[in-house]
Design a protein around this ligand. Structure first.
Ligand SMILES: *Cc1c(COP(=O)(O)O)cnc(C)c1O
Length: 377
């Protein structure tokens, strides 16, 4: 069965994470981009487990870590991870002093944001990466306020309060190369203005996974890779999906034709068949919508349909005449080696992206981390 190489546990449900894949994906991104790699490990390593994924990415050659919140950055420090970390989404009244003291780099989106950081900085200057909004319209300074931000940053830098280590942005569309040149042009304009202000950032960064792997003009000094670390996107023959989501059948029943299945009887069997009950539901991140849009699972070497509504804790699979027993393994998604569904398939069935599938896997699902030497604690 895919992803179960080292699976010895009798867990009812688990997300098995292949850390060799994370390390190899990191290596591939680094070699392809030809730049240093920031491993984006926000949201618990896209649901794969913050610390195991961080260590695997560092082993694979990542030299930076990227997270959203200060809490995520401090969790890395508490675990003894010394690598450079950038955190980028803050309210102005957060505890920047602790983060600066722990050597966390801060993404800065406005003059107000910068002043709060300066106010919290102690003896050592705060290391900041000024963010320009090149079209995403999320965080980052808009072009009109960029001049003020870089001039102010320069004043603080000369006063020894901050060190502007980076200038950066985030693409609104990386999959469509048509719109990228305009985003790069806006980034270049912002870089030139920062330079005129006197700043000399050594870490300019723009690319996410898709851009890092496919659009050389976006690579600059560093690429920020999230979904590609986990092997899921962009489509690339060298990337390997790291997570396998599996469960064991809690009940098996033979039913006659005309049997209604799950809430509302949206599904009624058309022949005598075998129904397998899987102990995962939407509370665990199995998207309810997917059930009505062709979701399938892998059972005994073949795909079988999810039937009836996916409930909070469980759903039903119609395995036809395939022999089935309580305790048998069902794979919801995996790397796809044997034909089992992938996270990309589930995203399609649920009308979402694989990021949401992976980060949505809930806390009731234990993560089991494996690498070639065997299971990690
Ligand atoms: C989440 C995130 C990334 C990672 O994007 P992927 O497309 O998953 O590689 C990179 N940069 C920023 C600012 C992000 O928020």
């Amino acid at each position: 069965m895919p992803g179960t190489r080292a699976l010895t546990s009798t867990d009812r449900v688990s997300a098995v994470v292949d850390l060799d894949a994370v390390a190899a994906n990191t290596r591939l991104i680094r070699e392809t981009a030809g730049t240093p790699v920031m491993a984006v490990v926000k949201a618990d390593g896209f649901g794969h487990g913050l610390l195991p994924v961080t260590r695997a990415a560092l082993e694979g050659g990542a030299t930076w870590l990227g997270v959203t919140t200060l809490d995520e950055a401090l969790e890395l420090r508490r675990a003894g991870v010394p690598a450079p970390v950038l955190s980028w989404l803050h309210l102005p009244d957060e505890d920047f002093g602790t983060a600066i003291g722990e050597g966390v780099d801060l993404g800065v989106s406005s003059v107000e944001h910068l002043r709060s950081i300066v106010a919290a900085a102690g003896e050592a200057p705060a290391r900041v990466h000024l963010k320009i909004d090149t079209g995403l319209s999320r965080n980052g300074a808009v072009a009109d306020s960029w001049g003020e931000l870089v001039d102010e940053a320069w004043r603080y830098e000369t006063a020894g309060a901050v060190h502007v280590r980076g200038v950066w942005s985030h693409l609104h569309t990386a999959e469509d190369p048509e719109t990228v040149p305009e985003q790069v042009r806006r980034f270049e304009t912002a870089l030139a203005r920062a330079q005129r202000a006197g700043l000399r950032p050594t870490v300019r960064h723009l690319a996410n996974s898709a851009a890092a792997l496919t659009i050389p003009a976006t690579r600059y000094d560093l690429v920020r890779a999230g979904i590609a670390l986990y092997g899921v996107e962009p489509a690339h023959p060298g990337l390997r999906p790291a997570m396998t989501l599996r469960a064991r059948a809690v009940q098996v029943k033979r039913v006659p034709a005309g049997t209604g299945v799950s809430y509302g009887h949206d599904h009624v069997t058309t022949r005598a068949t075998t129904l397998v009950l899987v102990p995962l539901g939407f509370a665990d991140g199995v998207p309810r919508l997917a059930g009505a849009h062709g979701a399938q699972v892998w059972f005994r070497g073949a795909r079988h349909p999810v039937v009836g509504r996916i409930a909070m804790d469980q759903f039903v699979v119609d395995v036809g005449d395939t022999p089935a027993h309580v305790g048998d393994e069902i794979v919801l998604f995996g790397p796809g080696d044997e034909g089992e569904p992938t996270a990309v398939d589930w995203a399609r069935w649920a009308g979402t992206n694989p990021h949401e599938i992976l980060t949505g896997i809930g806390p009731r699902v234990p993560r089991h981390h494996h690498r070639s030497e065997g299971a990690l604690p």
